[in-house]
Design a protein around this ligand. Structure first.
Ligand SMILES: [Zn+2]
Length: 217
């Protein structure tokens, strides 16, 4: 009876669902959004090291910004699929923790989104990915300037748009003094955002800033 009921439930609900990435129909064993195939494609891939963004002493990247990783980030940010942020966090956890062990930061902090974006999406993707990765972090920064997505912008324009975009929350000013800080972001593109965040932290007294990104474009 249980089996029949299970099959019925599958028919009613699960078999109508499909992988948001590849469109494959769901098996009951798959988790909510990506099929096992797509999930298994999310793994650490070593990249050629590029020039470090200004003010950044070390860079860690999980994988290139392509394939399932790219699609997962898009779904999290633009379709607002929060559980996928946790699933992605679980996937990067081991790699991120190894980087943290080597860099040994005093504080890990996500690059924040502006409150207006938070209202639209309902969550901060970087915060949720970090939660999924089960890494201790503190939200040291606040984004005080709203800007349109930077994806199509060149370096100089990014710099202009991001000038004074971030602030250290006043309650953290004492805490970051002389500290080594690791900033966490989803995508590393030109490195302009990371540089701006790092200079904000160093102007506020941080000693050293490293960067970890899920994907490099
Ligand atoms: Zn799939």
């Amino acid at each position: 009876m249980k089996v029949v009921l299970g099959k019925l439930v599958d028919l009613l609900f699960i078999s109508e669902r499909s992988c948001v990435c590849c469109g494959l129909a769901f098996k009951p064993s798959d988790q909510g959004f990506l099929c096992e195939n797509c999930l298994s494609e999310i793994k650490a891939i070593a990249l050629l090291e590029r020039e470090r963004p200004q003010w950044i002493s070390q860079v860690g990247v999980f994988a290139p910004y392509e394939g399932v990783v790219k699609e997962a980030i898009r779904l999290i940010k633009f379709e607002g699929i929060k559980p996928l942020a946790h699933a992605l966090g679980e996937k990067i956890s081991k790699h991120l923790k190894t980087f943290i062990e080597n860099f040994s930061p005093d504080i890990v902090t996500p690059v924040p989104i502006h409150i207006r974006r938070w209202w639209v999406r309902g969550f901060d993707h970087n915060v949720e990915i970090l939660k999924g990765a089960k890494v201790d972090f503190q939200e040291v920064l606040v984004r005080v300037k709203h800007s349109k997505p930077l994806a199509q912008k060149g370096v100089e324009e990014r710099k202009k748009l991001l000038k004074d975009a971030f602030k250290v929350k006043s309650k953290f000013l004492d805490l970051i003094e002389g500290k080594r800080i690791l900033i966490f972001d989803d995508i590393l593109t030109t490195g302009t955002t990371a540089s701006v965040v790092a200079s904000t932290l160093m102007e506020a007294g941080a000693r050293e800033v490293g960067l970890y990104c899920v994907a490099q474009a």
